[in-house]
Ligand binder design. Structure first.
Ligand code: SAH
Length: 285
């Protein structure tokens, strides 16, 4: 989820349609329903074309007049529905709770205002300070891997925009999320409170240490990539709990699902991913 996409401009959105489909293809390759590629691409074009017609005036004409593009709430609703259907469900994420949560959380409010028209496209977006909000499919996939039933206490490392925390908040009892960059943490805390997510608790700090006062956690999700699995997080996961983490020091990492058993950690490799690095080192505890 690097900031390679940070130059995507609103006026560029339509021109980028074909490139977005290429990106979509690459992700689909690693998903269970890759056979549907042609169908997905076709649907994506036709459904997106309808939405595009409605958006053209705001994306192309408005900037010419020096105005901010205007996308109505109902247009955002329909873009969000398409996102869930075409980018997530079609790629094999079937967890109803996750699909509903992603259909409910207003992702466009978690991206900078100038990026809102692009909030529902099939790739990550810049959120400031060189950081990114993950591609919707990856948010859905990681959330589904946690298999939440509503009763859990979840720890997230890497609050960023707060979007992933909001999705988790729809599916778990309490969400504790840690952001190392003060400004991002502050903004996310404010937005989540404004949207009424009072079961999300944001801390500015170093996620390598976890949140010992609230441990143990039933699930842990790490949304920046550490070179190795942070030991404090393993300690703070309850036995039987699940942890999703992109592990690796290179540009491409392995998304791993870990399950804590009385005998140790079970590790499963899920898919290659690209996250921003988890900074702050692992040994200053
Ligand atoms: N989950 C976010 C996206 C995460 S981007 C969202 O939904 O928007 C990764 C975030 O991890 C960045 O905001 C980055 O500042 C943060 N981060 C990096 N290293 C960290 C650390 N050691 N502890 C906590 N947050 C960290």
């Amino acid at each position: 989820m690097k900031d390679g996409d940070s130059d995507v401009s609103m006026r560029g959105s339509q021109r980028q349609a074909s490139r977005d489909i290429d990106r979509c293809d690459r992700t689909v390759l690693s998903s269970p329903s890759g056979d549907d590629l042609q169908t997905v691409a076709t649907l994506l074009v036709s459904r997106a074309a309808l939405a595009a017609i409605a958006l053209i005036a705001s994306l192309v004409v408005a900037p010419v007049w020096g105005l901010e593009p205007q996308v109505s709430d109902s247009q955002f609703d329909s873009l969000r529905q398409q996102m869930v259907e075409l980018q997530i469900q079609r790629r094999g994420v079937g967890n109803e709770g996750v699909l509903e949560a992603m259909e409910h959380v207003p992702r466009h409010l978690f991206v900078p205002e100038a990026m809102r028209a692009d909030a529902y496209v099939d790739h990550p977006l810049p959120i400031g300070q060189g950081q990114t909000i993950s591609q919707p499919y990856i948010v859905a996939l990681m959330t589904a891997l946690l298999e939440l039933d509503g009763s859990e206490k979840v720890l997230e490392i890497g609050t960023g925009s707060g979007y992933q925390a909001a999705v988790l908040a729809e599916l778990a009892a309490e969400v504790y999320t840690i952001e190392i960059r003060q400004e991002l943490g502050r903004q996310a805390r404010e937005l989540l409170a404004e949207l009424g997510y009072d079961n999300v608790h944001v801390r500015v700090g170093n996620g390598y240490r976890g949140w010992p006062e609230q441990a143990p956690f039933d699930a842990i999700i790490v949304t920046a990539s550490p070179p190795e699995i942070p030991s404090a997080l393993v300690e703070q996961l309850r036995v039987g709990g699940r942890m999703v983490v992109p592990v690796g020091a290179d540009a491409i990492q392995d998304l791993e699902l870990l399950t804590k058993t009385p005998g140790g950690m079970l590790r499963k490799n899920i898919v290659p991913v690209r996250f921003v690095p988890m900074i702050g080192g692992g040994d200053e505890e």
